[in-house]
Design a binder for this molecule. Sequence first.
Ligand code: 5CA
Length: 445
Amino acid sequence: MRMSRYFLPVLKETPREAQIVSHRLMLQAGLIKQASAGIYSWLPMGYKVLERLSRIVHEEQARAGHLAMLMPTIQSADLWRESGRYDAYGDEMLRIKDRGGREMLFTPTAEELVTDIFRSHVSSYKDLPLTLYQIQWKFRDETRPRFGVMRGREFLMKDGYNFDLTAEDALHSYNRHLVTYLRTYERMGLQAIPMRADSGPIGGEDTHEFLVLAETGESEVFYDSEITDLTFGDRDIDFDDKAACAAVLAEFTSRYARTDETHDEAVFAEVPEARRRTARGIEVGQIFYFGTKYSDAMGATVQGPDGKPTAVHMGSHGIGVSRLLGAIIEAHHDGKGIIWPEGVTPFHAGIVNLRQGDAETDAACEDLYAQLRKAGLDPLYDDRDERAGAKFGTMDLIGLPWRITVGPRGLKSGVVELTSRRTGESVEVSPADAVARLVAVYDGI
Ligand code: 5CA
């Protein structure tokens, strides 16, 4: 992409409404624009990152054998009456009437609708296990929408639902989700710690929230510092292997890590004092096991091996995809702007032309731009007729992990400058070498 043709409405001034750094940077870097309280338009670069996050989620769900689908945002109130949640959800639910006076709502989550699909089409235990998921917009009329996309009213969520014959199988689904989530967040450059939590309006007893530690997080958390040493890495887990998934769950949840809702001072006191931490965290996901709560209420049964109808065991599993943008920026920024992790960056590298209009420099930039694209990379070429300082400022603000600076002086000795946004370190290399190095960096990402 050429900057001259891109739509990147960078703000010169610090937006006053932003209380936290990620919200400020998202507005300043032209990623989002507020439409009304807690509701945002996603401008091209913000949308590009949102799409990258969605792609990572899809890839990791596919690895575990979960099936992507799409359910409507507007749903009939009748289904929600069956589960009893039409009344229970209260003011957080946006209620709508269609022209025929029928009561509808904008979905805050989709347990009811997915259970209805299940009961209509699945009748035998032989069709289990089944996990269906979607990435779809949700609406919750939060009392205090704030911090930009962190606590929005309209937000993008991955929501997945498992259907199993027995509690034991459903527990395996729970564990499988925990494994996929660990990998998903790490690919996004985040350490998200599973913590024992409270299930709220979704219901059920077993639930973990995934929290990214950050001073601006809305949740207070308590944990054993040993947990931050754990990484999932590129382990190759067989998702059908119950013992292997259970072992990962045990490894990542056996140390003390709880949100304030489930915190227990007496149990926490058993952790050696030097390892006890109290901090704040951003909840980027949550997994639930709620047994037969919805299948009982809505008659979602299958014929079991003994021929008798049996209610299916269910769980649901969410990732706050739009909130993740905020969480990633909270975890990866400096005084100059965003620092995207390579796995989620909107463009792989920026090209800065120091002397726009100089035939030789322009030609070198064009060639570099073409070579990077030929190598399968997606560069952003700042071809505007602007001062070098302004171009650097924009690149630092938008946070592409790599910058290639091209100027007449370097070109005389056949080099360009390759700079890491994270470390600020630069190397002078030939244009071909710069391309080769970037190909190597992004190999496998
Ligand atoms: N049905 C379950 C799982 S699919 C569910 O709705 N879970 S949830 O309520 O925990 O939401 C899942 C994730 O969505 C949360 O972990 C959080 O990351 C994100 N989320 C929830 N509310 C908001 C909000 N108001 N703004 C942005 N993200 C949100």
